[in-house]
Ligand binder design. Structure first.
Ligand SMILES: Nc1ncnc2c1ncn2[C@@H]1O[C@H](COP(=O)(O)OP(=O)(O)O)[C@@H](O)[C@H]1O
Ligand SMILES: [Mg+2]
Length: 342
């Protein structure tokens, strides 16, 4: 420990397409939707995180909400920088100190992002007073968070289903051996539900209602042993224009999501087919690990397991596996040096 260590502050950030999480001292201190609200006329930022989420879908002409990382790429540099800065500022106990501490951080990024976007993330972090910034790829952080020893000469397969992207990666010796990334994940599931309600029930529903359906009764298979109860869904009748409520079952949701889940299954099969044989042998023995909010969809692990004939394990608290792994990498920077990018 150095003399001036009290002036540095270590944080780990999971910059997700749907949620941004920050860990400091082993504790999750920020867990907020990755969203920014701004004034359309002046361009001024109005809110980030939860407050901005409340406005989402309920905005009028003057307010716009953006999800700067929506599809796993940085759609809006200025907005994402603002969001990163504001979320860092919202860490309890960080602001209002006598000396603003300089930050050391590890940031987890979607593996699809380009060099230019990586640079932009680093710049944003540096503008937020970061002295040392390391980047880590999402599947790697997820694996560490799940408790997999990624440095071992042993293959492991991770599927991370987030908001914007599903990343399927085979890891060994601290590196990514093969990597499939598709833009089919939680957001697409939500849109599938919107589309299904529109075409099957003539009911127009909002994104937030659709997400609620997905979380409350969403399923990847049509016959669950202990399926959730039917759910009442409110929206606007497309024929009469009146507000309307109908009841739907998890089976319908499974039908609505089927095509997208098939696409995820295909990508998993593709990743398995591209895996070198020695690593295939390892995966045969250890199975597949799943993380990310999308892996909470009922029966999804079972479907992937049936498709691949492999055991599938969902991380404990899958929404936080990535930030936990990022936090572990931060705490053991020397150990994980080879897989962190400066
Ligand atoms: N119980 C659940 N069932 C299905 N999907 C869920 C559940 N909880 C969260 N999600 C979905 O998970 C996604 C967010 O996952 P997350 O891992 O935070 O994404 P990202 O890393 O891209 O920010 C969202 O699309 C959200 O709707
Ligand atoms: Mg994620």
């Amino acid at each position: 420990m150095g003399l001036f260590d009290f002036l540095t502050y270590d944080i780990a950030i999971d910059l997700g397409t749907a949620n941004t999480l920050i860990i400091h001292n082993d504790k999750v201190v920020v867990d907020a939707p990755s969203i920014v609200a701004l004034d359309r006329t002046t361009g001024a930022f109005l809110a980030v995180g939860e407050t901005a989420m409340q406005m989402h879908g309920k905005t009028h002409d003057n307010i716009r909400t953006i999800r700067p990382l929506k599809d796993g790429v940085i759609a809006d540099f200025v907005a994402s920088e603002h969001m990163i800065r504001e979320l860092i500022k919202s860490i309890p106990g960080l602001t209002g100190r006598l000396f603003a501490p300089s930050l050391r951080m590890v940031i987890c990024i979607p593996s699809g992002i380009t060099e230019v976007e990586k640079r932009a993330v680093k710049d944003s972090a540096e503008h937020a007073n970061a002295k040392e910034v390391y980047l880590i790829h999402e599947p790697m952080a997820a694996a560490i968070g799940i408790g997999v020893d990624v440095l071992e000469p042993k293959g492991n397969m991770i599927i991370d289903i987030g908001g914007g992207t599903t990343e399927i990666a085979v890891l060994a010796l601290g590196g990514i051996v093969c990597d499939e990334s598709i833009k089919v994940a939680g957001d697409v599931f939500t849109n599938d539900i919107v589309y299904y309600m529109r075409t099957q029930h003539n009911l127009s529903i909002g994104e937030r209602m659709a997400e609620q359906i997905k979380i409350q009764i969403g399923s990847a298979i049509e016959s669950l042993p202990d399926g959730p109860e039917d759910m009442a869904v409110q929206g606007r009748d497309l024929l009469s224009g009146k507000p309307k409520s109908i009841t739907i079952s998890y089976r319908e949701v499974a039908r609505a999501l089927d095509k997208s889940i098939l696409r995820i299954e295909d990508s998993v099969m593709k990743a398995l087919a591209n895996t070198p044989p020695e690593l295939s042998a390892d995966i045969y023995n250890s199975g597949i690990y799943m993380a990310g909010g999308g892996s909470l969809l009922r029966g999804l692990d079972q479907r992937i397991s049936m498709k691949t004939d492999l055991p599938v394990y969902v991380a404990e608290d899958p929404l936080r596996a990535v930030v936990r792994g990022t936090g572990i990498a931060l705490k053991n920077i020397e150990k994980y040096k080879t897989l962190l990018m400066r």
